[in-house]
Design a binder for this molecule. Structure first.
Ligand SMILES: Nc1ncnc2c1ncn2[C@@H]1O[C@H](COP(=O)(O)OP(=O)(O)OP(=O)(O)O)[C@@H](O)[C@H]1O
Length: 243
């Protein structure tokens, strides 16, 4: 039986608005699971809560209520130092420019998690990966001098070399051209074939239809779980009025 690596139960998330005078609930009790080797996509209209859910389920932003387990660990119960190690060694994040250090060269950003964990850096492997990713800038350039798309490739390369067991990606190909999108999707797919669990927020129906399971969100609620989604099924789900 497939090993469950993500378990989210009844997660809600509220934020303070209006100068803390009011509370707005953005996620209203979401439950989902994902297994090792599974490619899960999260789709839904703009503002439906996809990024908020991804942040909550990846250990970055504590839910207001409910439970999150990643690899049988509740990331919100870990002390900050342990949480940092857990994130660095087990989880990969591909969020737009997430945690890239602008004052470091691109290459150093890629290997930073490896260096922090005292792991070996295989320079030629990283250069090969950058070539595979169609990265056209100089890896010695500072991240702040790169375009959005190139920064995204650096964030992706950093995850790909880190051997994470679970990868959370928020619109990982948003800033990229069609060719780069395909390359990155295929690299993520290769990782799931090796047992990594990938959770990806996307607006791209075609890409979501190539994942193993899609969940649709509407107004902060989980609407549908679609196994082996087709583009037609996703299109229909997105265009149905919420009940
Ligand atoms: N800190 C916050 N304060 C107030 N409202 C917020 C906050 N964070 C999110 N929201 C609101 O919650 C809703 C969900 O936001 P979220 O970014 O999760 O949606 P999304 O589905 O990822 O949207 P998009 O597809 O446009 O990226 C939106 O209406 C957003 O404006």
């Amino acid at each position: 039986m497939a090993k469950q690596v993500i378990n989210v139960q009844n997660v809600t998330k509220s934020v303070s608005i209006d100068g803390n005078k009011q509370t707005l609930e953005i996620l209203h009790g979401i439950s989902l699971t994902a297994n090792a080797g599974e490619f899960l996509s999260i789709i839904g209209p703009s503002g439906s809560g996809k990024s908020t859910l991804l942040n909550a389920m990846s250990g970055l932003s504590k839910p207001t209520s409910g439970q999150v387990n990643i690899l049988n660990i509740d990331p919100y119960q870990l002390k900050p130092a342990k949480a940092a190690i857990f994130r660095r060694t087990q989880i990969g994040f591909i969020f737009q420019s997430y945690n890239l250090v602008p004052a470091l060269p691109a290459f150093d950003n890629i290997v930073l998690p490896l260096r922090l964990s005292h792991r070996k850096v295989n320079k030629s492997k990283i250069y090969k990966l950058l070539k595979e990713l169609n990265f056209e800038a100089n890896p010695n350039n500072f991240v702040s001098d790169l375009s959005g798309g190139e920064q995204q490739k650096i964030a992706i390369a950093r995850v790909l070399v880190a051997n994470s067991k679970v990868i959370f990606a928020d619109e990982p190909t948003g800033a990229l051209d069609t060719v780069s999108r395909k390359i990155i999707f295929n690299l993520l797919r290769k990782l799931t074939d090796q047992g990594v669990c990938v959770v990806m927020v996307t607006h791209d129906i075609e890409m979501a239809s190539a994942t193993d399971k899609a969940i649709t969100l509407r107004d902060g609620r989980l609407e549908k779980v679609i196994e082996k989604p087709t583009a037609d099924a996703l299109f229909q789900a997105l265009n149905e009025e919420g009940s």
